[in-house]
Design a protein around this ligand. Structure first.
Ligand code: SAM
Ligand code: SF4
Length: 473
């Protein structure tokens, strides 16, 4: 039998990387690797990297500098520490990583994680292994499923990748180059994964993909299923109480998805719908292929299907050529939509993308100023949204013990953390909570008596949209 070896994975960036890290742990479990939170005692450290913005990819080289010291110290103690770089920086800069950091043993792109055991064996024989091809076989078919104890240790909420890659080619974005073309997993494989998770205590599934609503996996009836149909099917799996999906592109929202929000109580009314800009000129230059008005109409369609829906989004400020008027159009769109939260980024030119060639750049000072103004507006909307929960009763799915002794923390439908004083037996249950106060972004409340039926109230005084207030337990 192989001796247990210790594996430490550090993930940067998106949810897809969090999920991929778990799949790498699953792929290496049969090789005798067990996870450790301490990189210094690891036999293998994997950096699961992000290339989306310059700052994210530069972090990799500083991390590698630190790991090189740890590797040298391990060698002085007579231990071998292997270092692997995975993720999108590995894909985009594989050869460069090998050149810049001699301590790296393995470089593996996101489509090749199922080859990790072979690549590590190759490196152990004294070489350095690099694989950044897009292999013809589907990695999902080769990655072993998680073991029941690994599922339970990961908690009651899980990610499942349903789609990878992107064919949209937004002019600022590296994803189509690092993750490759759009590929959807077949429905039956996803159902198998979700059943296994549900059988081991998972209550909430987030379907993930770089462009998740472009999903068109083969269905059991032989036709490609849209995301809405997939969600409808997954909602019937016993044990699954909540479904979410991320990240959507406004252009790929179809009627099946809107209808799913109308019909499925398990589908959470919280939609992450990145828009990037409120200016039609900038949206066109970004190759988003929709206008700000298209987006407004789309938001209306979602809210007509389910008035409880709240939105979050992504924004980029300082895209080349963005004028004061363009930026004002972004602020106007944010004001009209009313977000429960959003991410905003300064534009970062990425080598190889069309926008990186554009000359009309926005100065760093203007970008900083716009980012602050946008974030202030979003923060004020988020605060109003959270404050609107005070005095209402909301459903919370309880996840784990909180840092404060005696408290259990869970999430509302809108992913707001909610804390109550209770015992650990409520973990995994959805219970009504009367919200009393706010602590930064967390809701604080008490378990409420279950109510006989569900109802929705609109709170035009403070909330940009309706909040669910009572539920049956
Ligand atoms: N697929 C999603 C979509 O269509 O919006 C987004 C995926 S990307 C991983 C997450 C976010 O990073 C984007 O929505 C965008 O706001 C931001 N982003 C991507 N490239 C960027 C760049 N070059 N500079 C700044 N932000 C960027
Ligand atoms: Fe990148 Fe999203 Fe555009 Fe695809 S749709 S290119 S992932 S921003």
């Amino acid at each position: 039998m192989t001796q247990p070896r210790k594996l430490h994975i550090k993930s940067f960036g998106c949810q897809m990387n969090v999920y991929d890290a778990q799949r790498m742990v699953d792929a290496l479990a049969p090789e005798g690797f067990v996870e450790t939170a301490n990189p210094d005692e690891a036999d293998l450290v994997i950096l699961n990297t992000c290339h989306i913005r310059e700052k994210a990819s530069e972090k990799v080289y500083s991390e590698l500098g630190r790991l090189r010291v740890a590797k040298d110290e391990a060698a002085l103690q007579g231990r071998r520490m292997a270092i692997a770089v995975a993720g999108c920086v590995a894909q985009a800069e594989g050869a460069e990583i090998i050149r810049r950091q001699p301590a790296v043993d393995v470089v593996v792109g996101p489509q090749s994680y199922h080859h990790l055991p072979q690549l590590l064996a190759e490196a152990a024989r004294g070489g350095r292994a690099l694989e950044t091809e897009f292999p013809v076989e589907d990695k999902f078919g080769f990655l072993p499923p998680p073991q029941p104890d690994a599922i339970r240790a990961r908690g009651i909420s899980a990610f499942v990748t349903v789609q990878e890659g992107c064919d949209k080619f937004c002019t600022f974005c590296v994803v189509p180059y690092t993750r490759g073309a759009e590929v959807s997993r077949p429905v039956d494989k996803i159902v198998e994964d979700v059943r296994r998770l549900a059988d081991n205590g998972v209550r909430e599934i987030t379907l993930i993909g770089q462009n998740v609503n472009a999903y068109h996996g083969d269905g059991p009836d032989g036709r490609p299923w849209p995301l809405g149909d997939l969600l409808r099917h997954l909602a019937t799996i016993p044990g699954i109480a909540r479904l979410r999906y991320s990240t959507s592109h406004p252009r790929d929202v179809d009627q099946s998805l809107i209808d799913a929000h109308r019909d499925l109580p398990a589908l959470m009314p919280f939609v992450h719908l990145p828009v990037q800009s409120g200016s039609d000129a900038i949206l066109a230059a970004m190759n988003r292929k929709h206008t700000a008005d298209d987006y407004r109409r789309l938001a209306d369609r979602f809210r007509s299907a389910n008035p409880a829906i709240a939105f979050s989004s992504d924004f980029i400020v300082g895209f080349p050529g963005e004028t004061a008027e363009d930026f004002a159009a972004t602020l106007a769109l944010v004001t009209q939509i009313g977000y429960a939260g959003a991410y905003s980024f300064k534009y970062s030119p990425r080598p190889g993308t069309p926008a990186a060639e554009l000359q009309e750049t926005v100065s760093a000072a203007v970008m900083d100023e716009r980012l602050v103004r946008l974030q202030e507006l979003i923060d004020s909307q988020q605060s109003a949204f959270n404050e609107a929960a005070i005095g209402t009763t909301v459903e919370v799915l309880f996840e784990r013990a909180a840092r404060n002794p005696g408290q259990i923390v869970g999430r509302t439908a809108y992913l707001q953390p909610a804390h109550v004083m209770a015992g650990p037996e409520i973990i995994g249950r959805i219970l009504p909570v009367r919200i009393d106060s706010l602590e930064r972004y967390s809701l604080i409340g008490e378990l409420a008596a279950p109510q006989p039926h569900a109802a929705f109230v609109t709170r035009p005084d403070s909330s940009p949209q309706s909040l669910p207030i009572t539920t049956g337990a």
